[in-house]
Design a binder for this molecule. Structure first.
Ligand SMILES: CC(C)(COP(=O)(O)OP(=O)(O)OC[C@H]1O[C@@H](n2cnc3c(N)ncnc32)[C@H](O)[C@@H]1OP(=O)(O)O)[C@@H](O)C(=O)NCCC(=O)NCCS
Length: 184
């Protein structure tokens, strides 16, 4: 069992992770429609505004996952989101994902948000490990994940078709032991 019903506000040096608010919607929409985000997350360009609003209005009620807005402290606005989801009872683990839109990338915000999120989850749950998947054509994300301690575990060959090219998906893992070692 996992209980993530409490939605924290976590302040770092550059970002604040916090629950979503109604005023965030136009900015999240901008992130989700960004061609680079669509490509690198393997998402569809089709956008249903009603479904989208419904999704973000219900994130703060979710008990078994943690969805937080990533706010840039300089702009005092949302620049992305960080999510811990997909609880696996068998291994007592969860999955991590993040996206930073065009207003926030390449300024260290994604690295800090990732670190804050994994610190929070290991400090506030007894999960054994976190997993994530990253497409092979996303060296920046892979670099960020390795920097905070994720290690490549396996590869799903040709998981994504992008413009007629088969792209591998790399599965990475961060164990509690590895996180503890790095934070000591
Ligand atoms: C991946 C992502 C979360 C990273 O966040 P960010 O704020 O842009 O990244 P940061 O500025 O914190 O760090 C980027 C790091 O990657 C490095 N980097 C940038 N481009 C790179 C490249 N092409 N190859 C390798 N490393 C690269 C930077 O030098 C920096 O590392 P350093 O701090 O050691 O110098 C963000 O770019 C993003 O969401 N992108 C679009 C969607 C996406 O890719 N999501 C992840 C899907 S798995």
């Amino acid at each position: 069992m996992i209980n993530l019903s409490e939605k924290p506000t976590i302040e770092g040096r550059k970002v604040i992770l916090r629950p979503f608010k109604e005023k965030d919607f136009p900015l999240i929409e901008e992130c989700l429609k960004d061609p680079e985000v669509i490509k690198l997350t393997g998402s569809s360009a089709n956008f249903d505004r009603q479904l989208f609003h419904q999704w973000y209005r219900t994130r703060n009620e979710q008990k078994d996952r943690l969805d937080l807005a990533v706010e840039d402290k300089v702009q005092a606005n949302l620049v992305g989101e960080a999510v811990i989801n997909l609880y696996d009872q068998k291994t007592h683990s969860m999955n991590f994902r993040i996206l930073i839109g065009p207003r926030g990338r390449n300024r260290g915000l994604g690295t800090e948000a990732t670190q804050l999120m994994i610190d929070y989850i290991f400090q506030n749950t007894d999960l054994n490990f976190l997993t994530l998947s990253v497409y092979d054509f996303n060296p920046r994300a892979k670099h960020v994940y390795e920097k905070v301690g994720f290690v490549s575990e396996s590869v799903d060959r040709g998981e994504l078709q992008f413009e007629g090219v088969a792209i591998d998906s790399i599965n990475m893992k961060l164990t509690r032991e590895n996180w503890l070692l790095r934070s000591s």
